[in-house]
Write a protein that binds this ligand. Structure first.
Ligand code: ADP
Length: 488
């Protein structure tokens, strides 16, 4: 199949969250399964052409695009996902993408991604490349299914192009003033209360995509069910219930080249399930890096996260005293909302020698915590998929998670299922439930033989992308069939 993969982020070029990890891994795995995949990404000024051997695409420079009252232009660059032969095309438009960061609060944020989406379809026209599937991701590419069915409907090149829209986090919706409809070259007649474009008085890119894409997916099966409820749907649950038959959950995989304790180049000691001695050495290295006393017996509980409401850290302050009264060390790596950053700074200042927080983004420390900690905490309020719990499982670092979204699909609670348990999970969103889960983990930690069994089960769990990529391929086939059935 010919697959056009459109995303606003892609590792290693541009990343703010999990979408970038998906865009940097899934297309290459699809390519290995013998599909013709091309990735499209904006050329932000933070991406240095020289670092990635990017070259301009011949005859695709200064291509005009009309955006409302403005004439803009873009050029196309090309490169590859590093270490693969998967082509990546970069939409170069300095006016919109030279802002020093990926997303902005600027008044033309809508235009930036309207241009990107138009540029993709125009580039495909110039290339005379007719994809079977246009795989869109989140609101930044949510208008593409609409463009296919409306603006570009005349073009036979796209007559057999089906669209798949993946929702990585329903909390980010791309809501703009209805004036954006004009900039997108769409028809105001389609903007009416409760219609596909309208959402609480705004023009919502994600909702539009959800109404027009042939197939919708999200990044875990539990999250696919959850977002059809008022509690998790962020206002879009009704739209999703209407499309329940076309909505599927596919768990993200992890990049086992980067996240594998046996060959991780960012940790001081490699190890595997046959020989865990390296893990103990990593624990020493972690404690030393965090200026914590080298006490082998006390378990280290790690946290690595974007510090946002979603991640559930408001559960910690009410129980931090009780938590740290136990013989445990807490190591946190995070950045994000300043309120949470201050909260973690204050908590670590109160418990020197037991609690260490690094506020900032630090990939190397993320690997060291994943390898060196004994337990890993993810108390998310909601979690579409989550990657860190999968990394932790494969590194023998036992996760303690809230039973929601992808966390529910990847971590088996030990106390519920001792034969198969890989971690600890709690259901109620309250501090006591979290504390209880940590206490259960601490109790098992005292029995090192059983603890080791739990570690090993996690290390043997298969989170490879190949499994998920095959699911996407079958959904691509389904999308294509739906499109052909509709056009018959
Ligand atoms: P989300 O996409 O909601 O942020 P995920 O668990 O899906 O959550 O992905 C988060 C990714 O970002 C992981 O690869 C994680 O290791 C990384 N990460 C998050 N915060 C930091 C940080 N402060 N320093 C280094 N890596 C981080």
């Amino acid at each position: 199949m010919k697959i056009c993969f459109a995303a606003s982020e892609c590792v290693p070029f541009a990343k703010t969250g999990g979408l970038a990890d998906v865009a940097g891994a899934l297309p290459a795995v699809l390519k290995n399964l013998d599909h013709d995949v091309r990735v499209f990404l904006p050329l932000y000024d933070t991406i240095k052409a020289g670092d990635f051997d990017l070259t301009p695409v011949e005859n695709l420079a200064d291509i005009p695009v009309r955006l409302g009252d403005h004439d803009r232009a873009f050029s196309l660059w090309q490169g590859e996902l590093p270490g693969t032969d998967t082509p990546v095309y970069f939409v170069d438009c300095p006016h919109y993408f030279h802002r020093g960061r990926i997303y902005t609060q600027d008044s033309d944020e809508d235009e930036r991604f309207i241009l990107f989406q138009n540029a993709i379809l125009i580039a495909l026209q110039h290339m005379r490349w007719s994809p079977d599937i246009l795989h869109c991701n989140d609101w930044q590419t949510g208008l593409l299914p609409v463009f296919l069915k409306k603006t570009y409907r005349w073009d036979k090149l796209f007559a057999e192009t089906a669209s798949v829209l993946t929702i990585h986090n329903i909390g980010y919706q791309g809501r703009f003033s209805p004036a954006a409809i004009y900039k997108a070259g769409l028809d105001y007649q389609d903007y009416y209360p409760l219609g596909p474009f309208e959402f609480h008085g705004s023009f919502c890119f994600l909702k539009a995509g959800m109404c027009y894409a042939d197939i919708l997916t999200t990044v875990s099966e539990t999250y696919a069910r959850e977002i059809q409820t008022a509690e998790f749907g962020a206002g879009l649950d009704g739209v999703l219930r209407d499309r329940a038959g076309d909505l599927f959950g596919v768990l993200n995989g992890i990049d086992t080249n980067l996240w594998n304790p046996a060959k991780d180049t960012l940790i001081p000691f490699n190890y595997d399930s046959d020989d865990l001695s390296g893990k103990a050495e990593n624990k020493k290295a972690l404690l030393s890096a965090c200026h914590l006393p080298a006490e082998k017996e006390a378990p280290v509980l790690g946290i690595i996260a974007r510090l946002a409401d979603q991640k559930g850290f408001d559960l910690l302050p009410p129980i931090i005293d009780e938590l740290l009264q136990q013989d445990i060390r807490l190591v946190t790596l995070g950045s994000g909302d300043s309120g949470y950053e201050d909260m973690f700074r204050a908590m670590s200042a109160r418990y020197p020698g037991k609690n260490f927080a690094y506020i900032g983004f630090n990939n190397e420390l993320a690997h060291l915590i994943t390898a060196g900690a004994d337990m890993f905490l993810m108390p998310s309020r909601y979690e579409p998929c989550g990657l860190n719990q999968m990394y932790s499982l494969n590194y023998g670092t036992v996760p303690i998670v809230r039973h929601t979204g992808g966390l529910a699909d990847t971590v088996i609670d030990y106390d519920t299922d001792p034969e198969n348990g890989t971690g600890f999970s709690f259901h109620e969103y309250n501090p006591q439930a979290l504390l209880d889960a940590v206490r259960r983990a601490m109790a098992l930690y005292q029995h090192q033989d059983r603890w080791r069994e739990v570690m090993l089960r996690g290390m043997h769990a298969d989170f490879s992308w190949e499994k998920s990529a095959r699911k996407y391929v079958s959904l691509y086939r389904r999308a294509k069939q739906l499109l052909l059935d509709r056009t018959d």
